[in-house]
Design a protein around this ligand. Structure first.
Ligand code: SF4
Ligand code: SF4
Length: 153
């Protein structure tokens, strides 16, 4: 009999605790969002889609040093083709592709770049129907000079 009374009391206590938790959250603002109608707002350090910056005169900020390709933990997903002019010593970055579908957004490439030429934007909606479409070429990666100013450190 005493066992049954103890069990009943502990069940009532547990129900009361559960109800208290429900009531505590009942009057709070919801923290979930009706995505995609309502988009989340991230802070500036959000690591989203990668992008390449452009100088004010429209030239590439990237100098084709390949440092970003060496620190990427995902192998060969950054591909760069750059040539150096023998006379002017100027480097022309002809191709720059990133397979964003394999990127883990670690940010290593952005941290080591000596020119701050590659940055993480806040863009996070990158889904597509084909993996090939997630291989972004230089044109797709490059921001305009105006957009670049927003990301320059
Ligand atoms: S963010 Fe990380 S995984 Fe993605 S390209 Fe840069 S180094 Fe590679
Ligand atoms: S993005 Fe930066 S690290 Fe990568 S090749 Fe260009 S200058 Fe070098």
């Amino acid at each position: 009999m005493i066992k049954l009374i103890n069990k009943t009391i502990s069940a009532i206590i547990e129900i009361a605790r559960g109800m208290a938790t429900i009531m505590k959250h009942f009057f709070r603002e919801p923290i979930t969002l009706e995505y995609p109608e309502v988009k989340p707002v991230f802070n500036d350090r959000q690591r989203g889609r990668l992008a390449l910056l452009t100088e004010a005169d429209g030239s590439d900020t990237c100098i084709g040093c390949m440092t970003c390709t060496k620190v990427c933990p995902c192998g060969d997903l950054i591909q760069i083709k750059a040539t150096r002019d023998r006379e002017t010593k100027k480097v022309d970055v002809e191709e720059f592709t990133i397979d964003i579908g394999r990127c883990i957004f670690c940010g290593n490439c952005t941290e080591v770049c000596p020119k701050g030429a590659i940055v993480c934007t806040g863009q996070f909606e990158l889904a597509d129907y084909s993996r090939n479409k997630l291989v972004y070429d230089k044109k797709a990666l490059t921001l305009s000079p105006e957009e670049s100013e927003r990301y320059r450190k």
